[in-house]
Design a protein around this ligand. Structure first.
Ligand SMILES: [Ca+2]
Ligand SMILES: [Ca+2]
Ligand SMILES: [Ca+2]
Length: 495
């Protein structure tokens, strides 16, 4: 809740500004419903971050290949030991719940699950490495297998530095029927990977999965749901005290394991020469590699939220796990059923994407770009600035909240004009736009805000709003000025 109020006093007009802030979820602006192509640039790419000079995604777009979705189609690549595959991610600090719905398919619209071994897409949680120049210097042709340890070139990459957890969905080793998808779970510490795969609870002919990952402190829990109406399954849990507060969290995709081996890129755990060759290369036929990639992942959304306070290390550690081998374990049978699964997933706030875009366009990032931040120190939180169409990066705001006097039938009323996003619905005391609410309240004493203002058409005398997508809203007190000693109107935003 973000409160911003303006209170003209009739007797001696003055303005008082008061704010209180309780934020629904400061991670919400990281969420992406993938309904705008422009949001692609809000996501980071590991190959760029670490300076691999090798983009392992043949297709990566938002709201372009498929309306309302992010499409990811990898070249032949993998994640195992010191192999570094593709990752589309955002940095998240502290505890989180992330949820994504994926359609995991074959290339070219072919039916069935992906065919090559280890062709899957899912949620990855990874410790960042402090390298930015992993590609060899000088650069080498794709066909050149550079020696390890480096000789005649330099790189910032060193083996033994991969740390991550993922839960992915697609085809593991291909031992299921062509209409039967499976999942893979992997935890990697200092490049020592432990993995398993299965198809427990996965219905046939079902390529849609919703994945969820929860972090509370050092404890991470992975969940999955199959099809549009499946039950949430608690898959596994990891305790990772090695993981720092800030992690890379996003979507991984990988495919065609056999050709990693066929191209001499994994000759064993200590084959660092082969693994470096994989990491620095884009595996295409044009680059001289024999390949058979077969994976297309379409993500409907990727939502970031803070966990409910009832989600603790203790309650997470109490969950029965499917990975324990005693059958499929459902979230609905646990004490956290009301705060995980759909309870988080369906609450993806619709305002998060436009808010994130607004803040990014204002040049804000990181902790300055959260819902509740006030980086320009003007007392208006970012969500309030967005709702009101003011600039979150400067305290010199346009006057988008004004107290005015309006005439109706020969009498004068005190009114509050406020800039608002267009397309909402007006009701008593409120202007509602998706899950963003503008509260409009009146008072005679600044203590009890139970006076219901009357929504009126904003006077044409108000200055034009120059920010696209905004309009003036206006409410007046129910009683005329000459019948009341004093009156106040306030406006506050809840998201
Ligand atoms: Ca979507
Ligand atoms: Ca501000
Ligand atoms: Ca401002």
């Amino acid at each position: 809740m973000n409160r911003f109020s303006l209170s003209p006093l009739f007797a001696a007009i003055c303005c008082c500004l008061c704010c209180s802030t309780t934020v629904a979820d400061d991670l919400a602006p990281l969420s992406d419903e993938f309904d705008s192509a422009a949001s692609l640039t809000n996501w980071q790419r590991l190959n760029t971050t670490e300076g691999w000079a090798a983009d392992k995604l043949e297709t990566h777009d938002v709201d372009t290949s498929v309306a309302g979705k992010m499409r990811i189609m990898p070249y032949t690549t993998s994640w195992y030991r010191d192999l570094t595959g593709p990752l589309v991610y955002k940095e998240v600090t502290g505890d989180f719940v992330v949820t994504t719905e994926l359609d995991v398919q074959r290339r070219g619209g072919a039916a069935g699950r992906p065919v090559p071994q280890f062709s899957l897409g899912g949620i990855m949680i990874r410790t960042a490495r402090s390298i930015t120049a992993a590609a060899p210097v000088p650069a080498a042709a794709p066909s050149t297998v550079l020696p390890w340890p480096p000789s005649g070139y330099t790189t910032e990459w060193t083996p033994g530095t991969e740390n991550y957890i993922f839960l992915a969905f697609g085809n593991a080793i291909g031992n299921t029927p062509a209409n039967q998808w499976s999942y893979e779970v992997k935890t990697t510490i200092d490049s020592n990977s432990t993995l398993y795969y299965n198809s427990l609870g996965v219905p046939a002919d079902e390529g849609r999965v919703t994945l969820q990952a929860v972090r509370r402190g050092n404890v991470f829990v992975l969940l999955r749901k199959h099809g549009p109406s499946g039950d949430w399954i608690v898959e596994n849990r990891y305790t990772r005290p090695d993981m720092p507060q800030t992690l890379q969290v996003g979507i991984t995709t990988y495919t065609d394991w056999n050709n990693i081996q066929a191209n001499s890129m994994f000759g064993g755990n200590s084959d660092f020469q082969g693994q470096y060759h994989h990491n620095r290369n884009v595996m295409t036929a044009a680059n001289g590699f024999s390949v058979n990639p077969d994976l297309v992942v379409d993500a409907e959304y990727f939502r970031f939220q803070r966990p409910d306070s009832s989600i603790t290390e203790t309650t997470l550690n109490a969950l029965a796990l499917t990975s324990a081998g005693a059958g499929t374990r459902f979230l609905s049978d646990t004490a956290l059923a009301s705060v995980l699964g759909d309870a988080q997933a369906v609450l993806g706030p619709s305002y998060t994407t436009p808010l994130a875009t607004y803040l990014q366009n204002s040049g804000l990032s990181g902790s300055d770009a959260t819902t509740s931040a006030d980086p320009d120190g003007d007392g208006m939180t970012n969500i309030t600035e967005w709702a009101n169409g003011t600039d979150p990066s400067t305290g010199t705001n346009a006057q988008h909240i004004r107290h005015i006097f309006v005439e109706e039938g020969g009498v004068t009323y005190l009114a509050l004009a406020y800039a608002r996003l267009t397309g909402g619905t007006e009701s008593t005391n409120q202007y509602q736009l998706g899950d963003l609410t503008y509260h409009l309240e009146g008072s005679t004493d600044l203590e009890t805000w139970d006076l219901q203002p009357v929504a009126i058409t904003a006077p044409s005398s108000l200055p034009a709003l120059t920010t696209p997508g905004y309009e003036w809203g206006c409410v007046r007190l129910p009683a005329p000025v000459d019948l009341a000693d004093r009156g106040y109107l306030r406006f506050w935003v809840e998201g």
